[in-house]
Design a protein around this ligand. Structure first.
Ligand SMILES: NC(=O)c1ccc[n+]([C@@H]2O[C@H](COP(=O)([O-])OP(=O)(O)OC[C@H]3O[C@@H](n4cnc5c(N)ncnc54)[C@H](O)[C@@H]3O)[C@@H](O)[C@H]2O)c1
Length: 274
């Protein structure tokens, strides 16, 4: 009998992470759930156990190289991993610009770097971006610094760029997620040589604790949401369904690219081709 697929989900106790854990678990995957809090992970594992879904819960801050090294060792001891889905992220109202960049972008790069040796042939990593990364022009000088994703002085180099007048959390959020898209396109070739794929998925406004917190602090989002051609906000399961597809054999020809899952909002705002 073949062994079950092993799928690691970060930000697993968040809105999208939970929906994805339910979907991949229901499909028979053996889950490795990663997040910041042990108590939340224990509660999630107990909930999934009720549906006969087997899951391991591991505390890890994706911005911490030491914690990621430990995570990779545990994953390696378990025989590697087939699927990585990185939902771990901070929105503009959750932290200052440095922490947002460190978790959303550097954390994604560090996670992929730490786990890549543990990815089995045929494996795939799905990195969660955001459609906000399409809503502003990129800044070439920022992209240039972000290319060296694992440089220890990356945040200090960003801080002194003349091209950025002021680093706000919102700017860092959008550029961190743009960085995720650019990272994925750079990694497709080296991952392909190992028989693995790497893709990004950019959600639009989605009904999760994060989405609700942003609505509360940024009333202008309501006006933007009215322009969404789908006529509603996304649900966590809208995102999980696409993740499931990207990780399935049907998604096997997709690598290095971004999939927008935003109900058409980015297109309606005329921001698709920046
Ligand atoms: N909800 C939206 O409207 C929306 C829109 C676009 C993109 N996104 C992105 O989707 C992803 C998932 O968001 P969500 O809406 O489910 O948010 P959420 O806040 O419900 O969940 C995020 C999870 O990430 C975890 N996390 C945060 N920092 C971490 C770290 N350093 N290490 C490990 N885990 C960490 C949190 O504990 C939380 O469980 C995020 O990357 C977010 O930026 C969300």
């Amino acid at each position: 009998m073949s062994r079950p697929r092993r799928s690691l989900i970060t930000g697993a106790t968040g809105g999208m992470g939970l929906a994805c854990a339910r979907r991949l678990g229901a499909a028979g995957d053996s889950l490795i759930l990663v997040d910041l809090g042990q108590a939340q992970l224990d509660a999630l594992r107990a909930e999934l156990a009720g549906d006969a879904i087997s899951a391991q819960g591991l505390v890890c801050d994706v911005a911490s190289p030491d914690q990621l090294a430990k995570l990779a060792a545990v994953v390696g001891d378990g025989g590697g991993v087939d699927v990585i889905v990185n939902f771990a992220g901070l929105s503009p109202t959750m932290a200052d610009w440095r922490r947002i960049m460190d978790v959303n972008y550097v954390g994604t790069a560090r996670l992929l770097d730490a786990l890549e040796p543990q990815v089995r042939p045929g494996g795939v990593a799905v990195c969660i971006g955001s459609n906000s990364s399409y809503l502003l022009e990129g800044i070439p000088a920022v992209s240039e610094v972000l290319r060296d994703a694992l440089a220890p002085d990356l945040l200090d180099r960003l801080a002194v760029l003349d091209e950025v007048e002021e680093w706000s959390p919102a700017l860092a959020y959008a550029l961190s997620k743009r960085g995720v898209r650019e990272l994925v396109s750079r990694l497709a070739a080296p991952w392909g040589q190992r028989g693995a794929r790497v893709v990004s998925l950019s959600p639009g406004i989605t009904d999760t604790p994060m989405g609700r917190q942003e609505y509360e602090h940024q009333p202008a989002m309501h006006e933007m949401a009215k322009l969404t051609p789908a006529g509603r906000d996304g649900t966590p399961d809208d995102i999980a369904a696409v993740v499931e597809f990207l990780c399935s054999p049907e998604g096997a020809y997709i690598s290095g690219s971004d999939v927008l899952v935003d109900g058409g909002q980015t297109a309606a705002l005329g921001a698709l081709h920046r």
